[in-house]
Design a protein around this ligand. Structure first.
Ligand code: 6PG
Length: 269
């Protein structure tokens, strides 16, 4: 029997465009809810190509969201150690896709500095996070929302399979080398990702089908994405039909594209 983490839900959409709409809605709903409850919204976004349609929708602002952005603090899950105008820069890409277009005050945008020496970049970003979250020495920051992607090898953020960075238990940000492009990167660590209130994976395309299936089947190699199981938070897997096609929801589960369902309901037993 496959054990699916209880805090995981899935939301399957017809295609990548529908997923972007749903994800932008979740982003804004989460922001409004947190601003109502705590006065501000802290979110960390990932790089890669999958989140771009959602980011562009945020820029189009169908939600009349200027008041949300005024209270939003925007951080990054990971960054490649390249200049901000390099096409591989996660901040550079997000800046063009939505950051410059929305009403977020500049002081509330917190890019990782990809151009300093990697270990120093990691230490600097941890300082930035510590001063924002005012967390005690041994505690981890609690982001309201963390948006993640997954690579075909099962990596998430810049946490790659079998990399020693996966064992980090103390630091909030570390420097690692790897991925495509194979450059130094800065990444939030597992304890930080797992301290979030809400994590949203965005995954689309048939090339992700096998890795999604593997992650849900609890592959014994302990793929990084499988290790996203916040102690006191929720994880939503936003999947398009192609990425979800290895899960059993296509067979006999009553599924409505508007629903989010507990992930264990969609697995073969
Ligand atoms: C990065 C990421 C990384 C990404 C996945 C998926 O900067 O590379 O944060 O974890 O989310 O590699 O990337 P795609 O969306 O391009 O498939």
């Amino acid at each position: 029997m496959m054990r699916i983490p209880l805090q995981w839900t899935i939301a399957v959409t017809e295609d990548e465009a529908a997923m972007a709409h749903k994800a932008a809605d979740v982003f804004m709903e989460t922001a409004r809810d947190r601003i109502k409850k705590s006065g501000h919204f802290s979110v960390a976004v990932s790089g890669g190509s999958t989140p771009r349609p959602m980011h562009r929708l945020l820029a189009e602002d169908p939600h009349d969201s200027s008041r949300v952005w005024e209270k939003t603090h925007l951080f990054w899950v990971d960054e490649r150690c390249v200049p901000q105008d390099d096409p591989a820069s996660n901040y550079g890409m997000a800046r063009g896709d939505f950051v410059e277009a929305v009403a977020i005050p500049e002081r509330q945008v917190h890019p990782m500095k990809g151009i300093v020496e990697p270990d120093r970049g990691a230490t600097d970003y941890e300082k930035t996070l510590r001063s924002f979250f005012c967390a005690k020495q041994d505690a981890f920051p609690r982001f309201d929302l963390i948006c993640l992607g997954i690579g075909t090898d099962g990596h998430t953020a810049s946490l790659f399979p079998d990399h020693p960075a996966l064992n980090e238990t103390r630091r909030w940000v570390v420097a690692v080398k790897g991925g495509h492009p194979d450059v130094w990167r800065l990444t939030l660590t597992l304890p930080v990702l797992n301290a979030a209130r809400k994590v949203m994976f965005l995954v689309s395309g048939g090339n992700k089908r096998d890795v999604v299936t593997k992650v849900f089947q609890n592959d014994p190699s302990g793929l990084p994405a499988r290790r996203i199981q916040p102690g006191a938070g929720a994880v939503t897997w936003m999947l398009d039909e192609d990425a979800a096609s290895g899960l059993l929801w296509t067979r006999g589960i009553e599924y409505d594209h508007r629903d989010e369902i507990p992930a264990h309901r969609c697995m073969r037993r």
